[in-house]
Design a protein around this ligand. Sequence first.
Ligand SMILES: [Ca+2]
Length: 228
Amino acid sequence: MNRDDFTGDNAYIRVTWDAAAGCWRFTPMQACATLMVGDWQALGLDAPFVPSVPRPAPQAFSQRDPRWANIRLGSSAYTMGGAGCAVTAAAMVASVVQPGITPLWLMEWLNVNFGFTGGGLIYWGKVAEAVPGLTFVGYHLWRSVPADLARLTLALHAGPQVIQVDFHPDTGALDSHFVTALRLLDGGEDVEIIDPWTGETGALLSLYSAPGWTLARAVYALAEFEYA
Ligand SMILES: [Ca+2]
């Protein structure tokens, strides 16, 4: 259930989301007094009060970490350090629901479960197979059209996501690079990311954009995941 589906009122009761407490508040329209726990249990309204499980922040990883930098992606000639941005970004997403995960563990799982193409490209759905608690929603490609920022916003509402950017925005062709998107910045004009190249957090447009680019121009694709 989304908050927007529920927040509102009718003639009898007003429902609001208390972000600080992480739960719903039910207020009778007449008495204007907040119902107590016993009241909403008696009314069968206790289900929406269950606070969402707080998730840990994603762990930050660098694909060039010496613990895994030299391992090859599947049967390809590519190494994690040189071309493992996608699996590293996916491991950061997975760490939200599987805190002990590392890019090394995920890559080794993918290596024995046919998780990469012969050219070393990741099968995104395999990531969700490897990580209980993750569901792969789909791969949204915006290479020749502006990114659907409403879609990205909705996905980020669920949790961190993997997005594709241009590693060298000063050259015309796309130099594919995947990063972990955390949340919107500046009223939705930018996105905070963790960059697998460095393992550091930053703003997407300050890292991977050319002059004049908007966020919709800088995001080339979204590998969308849902969280259990
Ligand atoms: Ca480029």
